[in-house]
Design a binder for this molecule. Sequence first.
Ligand code: IPM
Ligand code: MN
Length: 378
Amino acid sequence: MPGTGVGGLSSEQGDRSVLNLNVLVLPGDGIGTEVTGEAVKVLRVVASKWGHQLTIREGLLGGIAIHKTGTPFPAETEKLSLAADSVLMGAVGLPEFDNAPPETRPERGLLGIRKAMGVFANLRPVRSYKALLNSSPLKNELVDGVDMIIVRELNGGIYYGTPRGVYDDGPEPYAVNTMAYTKSEIERVTRMGFELARKRRKKMMSVDKSNVLECSQLWRRVVVEVAADYPDVALEHILVDNCAMQLILNPKRFDVVLTENMFGDILSDEGAVLAGSIGMLPSASIGAKKPSGAWTGLYEPVHGSAPDIAGQNKANPFGAIGSVAAMLEYSFGLTEEAAAVNRAMELVLNGGKVTADLKPAGTPATTEQVGEYVCQAI
Ligand code: IPM
Ligand code: MN
């Protein structure tokens, strides 16, 4: 699969070749501002080269939104995100909120927008690039040829379940979180996974903890039911602990990896080790299809706000730029443009012009330089 490997879902926008792209950008916190800055430059180059109209609005999400409005997901941002054709997010999280309760943290803003937009399937492709084999601590022969996509349920599970809270009013403090799934929540993301598998190597690995959790037992039951509609796709189940091990021992056996919200969060960071750096990973969070045929989409690199390197022009913008490629494909049906961005990224990688996280042989490139190189290569 070419490029970021997010490909596989088609958007049916007819044959309109020139589009009016209304994009909301939410840079967020830390390196979010820097990487989305480069991703937006790439989007502008694509728009001008292919003659698309591009309208970019900017909004507040996360810690910066708390500072400016008192809440991590302001009503104005919700309005803008629902009005936009597509949303590009940077990262959220600031160290000053490290000890704050979940409901007042920047991260709550991200959970809020994912839910408000109804983006229930988070597609996180993990692939190796020849030029980056030595960036991974794993042996080259283990990672060479890795090409999988993690399909993470994004609107349910323990991230959203109630009751939740820390209670200090009993004999001793106690805390509770709830993992809950309905059949339809499992079914819709499972269908998305099978559709992707059909367009890839037709292998579906469903990840659960059905030896312990009731949610996982329902998960497995629903996945098996849905699989009956996809007899051409080979289905396997794996327990999440074993999956974590197999991802390192034999990553090439995976094609589509389907899993619930928290397992997907954890496994995708592990996937970053295969790709060489978490800065490489793009993601597309997809919801319902709009009347236009485009997918509702929130595009976000997998990495966080990395406060330790924020403001230093060091962050790897590939995750954000790859997310733009995914946006062009899913939200706008612009497969040629998406392929051009993916090709440009690969050219830059092959030229060794990469940021410090990828441990290049020579002087590392800056965030802005990498963005510039990608723009030139398009
Ligand atoms: C991710 C992040 C988020 C998550 C945080 C920032 C809320 O880790 O997108 O993987 O846990 O979903
Ligand atoms: Mn995460």
